[in-house]
Design a protein around this ligand. Structure first.
Ligand SMILES: O=C(O)CCC(=O)C(=O)O
Length: 215
């Protein structure tokens, strides 16, 4: 079991790469978690998280999303996306240990995490940005990956040809902040080459929103 106090005990690295792109602030830690830590977290999360096959409404019809998901965090960190209200489950010990590392390198606090389990290359997430009202203005999103490497694609909303392909490997952490979510969309496309599973965790700070008042 990897404990919070074991932070930086082995071959993890604080080496960050700045990714240069207009109207964005992107920092990649390719190996924030060591290989051994990443193997342990991957197994603990795969076996211990309460994964759900979530349904969303598309053109009025329920459709199962092509991945498994889960939402954990503080009780007040309820979050509405794709017209679904997500009530968080209580933090687990592993999630708190991962969060502690991510908070250290991003100098931000997070009260919740959305987890995605991509069972193989046929699982994916479509183009979107993390710009829900609950995230406030210019949110910092810290995205940790364990398991199979997948390509995180980004495209600018208005600049034709402004695109990025960022490989997110086992133990990596991508921090997206400042105006990034306002100007860029992201996706994980399907891939015929990927045959094993990947877990992604996006840590977020959720603020209360009065949806009735805001319409
Ligand atoms: O799996 C990923 O790297 C991205 C996940 C994502 O875009 C999201 O949870 O909003």
């Amino acid at each position: 079991m990897v404990m919070a106090e074991d932070l930086f005990s082995d071959h993890s690295s604080l080496q960050a790469q700045w990714i240069q792109a207009p109207q964005s602030d992107l920092r990649l830690f390719p190996q924030l978690f060591s290989r051994e830590e990443s193997d342990t977290f991957f197994s603990q999360l795969r076996d211990g998280i309460n994964w759900q096959a979530e349904k969303i409404l598309m053109y009025g019809k329920p459709v199962t999303v092509p991945r498994l998901t889960a939402w954990y965090g503080e009780p007040e960190a309820g979050y509405c996306y794709s017209n679904v209200m997500h009530t968080p489950l209580a933090w687990t010990r592993e999630l708190l240990a991962i969060k502690a590392r991510v908070e250290q390198v991003s100098a931000k606090a997070y009260n919740s995490v959305l987890l995605n389990l991509y069972r193989d290359g046929q699982d994916s997430v479509a183009w979107h940005s993390d710009d829900e009202a609950e995230l406030g203005r210019n949110p910092t999103i810290a995205s940790v990956s364990f398991g199979a490497e997948r390509t995180f694609q980004m495209k600018h909303r208005r600049i034709p040809g402004a695109r990025l392909s960022i490989p997110l490997g086992h133990g990596s952490c991508l921090i997206m902040q400042a105006e990034t979510q306002h100007h860029w969309l992201h996706q994980i496309p399907k891939s015929k080459k990927v045959r094993s599973a990947r877990i992604n965790l996006t840590f977020r700070q959720i603020y209360p929103v009065d949806r009735q008042a805001s319409g």
